[in-house]
Design a protein around this ligand. Sequence first.
Ligand code: TEU
Length: 554
Amino acid sequence: MNFNDKVIYQIYVKSFMDSNGDGLGDIAGITSRLSYLEKLGVDYLWLTPVFISPMNDNGYDVADYRKIDPSFGTMEDLEELIEEAKKRGMGIMLDMVFNHTSTAHEWFQKALLGDPKYKDYYIFKKGADGAPPTNWESKFGGNAWEYVPQFDEYYLHLFDKTQADLNWENEEVRNELYDIVNFWLDKGVSGFRFDVVNLISKPDLFENDDLGDGRRFYTDGPKIHQYLKELNRKSFGQKEDSLTVGEMSSTSLENCVRYSNPSEKELSMVFNFHHLKVDYEKGDKWSLKPFDFQELKEIFDHWQTGMQEHQGNMALFYNNHDQPRVVSRFGNDKKYHKESSKMLATSIHMLRGIPYIYQGEEFGMTNAYFTSIHEYRDVESTNYYEILRKERLPEEQILEILQAKSRDNGRTPVLWNDEEGRGFTHGTPWIPFAKGPSVSAEKDLKEEDSIFSYYQKLIKLRKSNPVIQEGTYEILEKDHPSLFCYVRALGEKKVLVLNNFYDKEEEFSLINHGFPPVDERNVRLLLTNYNELCTKDEKICLRPYESVIISVEP
Ligand code: TEU
């Protein structure tokens, strides 16, 4: 099935809406906000993991894949959500964390007791001369192996030490996981996001990485395509219309084509993160660097053209629960808060692929602006705080880095209104509210030129315009220092998308790019984030953070 007219909304459940006053978002909270989401116009709601978990990584450490964690509610709550969402034309997508389980999972507990069946569900290895089996690093800092004294062996954990990697080589493991997908399909779930799914196939040989942190040995690993084809065939592939997206860590274009080209029968689409590393200094996330706009465009262009050429399908996004808020990152969350929120949305919603909106983005939520380590909750942030301290970075600098880079920037509770609990909770929120510029859904929605209404328009445009759904993509003015412009084309019809990423006015010549001037009959303004179009002769002027979408018909 083709999903090009769909838009997906991501819900980080713990921070979306608290229905019972315990300070934690929950499933019933989501149900209570369905009319808001329906009004926005999205088709699917992707929920981050809601399964039983010790919550060391906020649910990405699953202890029972078939049960709902009581902090999020009950199975009945989820069934009600599925049903109520369906009534409003929305499908529910669940988050399947299959690279690892929590060490609290029954399988791992049995493994620890020495049960050989369950030991083989995980990756246990002998150390090498008193050191871990390899020098691979955990994505959350430190070595990726944890020692288990009773076996004199180590188990692999690419993430936290309470997230043990599963052994996908073991057919029983794979079948257990496919059964879980089928269990949720039977409950009426419409789709799945598969967490770091391109890391599941580990190499035959576990060796030291002298060039890096080990990722080259297990990223897009040797049997990855075989496993995804099997997963598809034995579970969601049997339901024509289920939507799947794989989260691909440090992946390649070539592999993403295979993951997402429909003829491969693997997944519907993929996330990759290359465009979100353009503010990493030499690939190091824990550094400060202004974002490299040229690099951002090059990456978009490379992926858009490559995926188009080989019929791969891209998930389009800037924000998620692991990323700082884009308006604070690539936009200007103070002077041009509204303009840059809308411009950034335009820049990706009009691309070839399937747009994702992350909760709060639709009214311009910003970074957290925390000033003390005590405000952070994320295991990656607190680990790196310690690592950077050991590297003797001054406290002030560490906090500055966390302010820009912490995953908690995207995890503060949704600011529904300006009341005490911000419409999120009647209790004490599990993490402080964002301290940036004061924004809220209620405030935004009251304004005629709200960010929310702009998102509604972007969604409607996609749904009503086949050029945006199916058209080819081509970049224009590739080397321009502040404009990201591209044209989508389907037959003789074209949609021109112009985005100014900075606060200085720029011009775009229509004639120079083979387009008729705006006053011609066949040229129509589809959308802009300013009140009206600004033109100078045949040129379009692009004011600070302005976006312009124009259609040109034969
Ligand atoms: O994320 C995978 C992942 O690669 C990021 O956490 C990444 O390591 C981080 O942003 C780098 O700074 C997925 C989930 O989205 C994330 O929330 C989980 O923590 C992780 O997998 C483990 O399940």
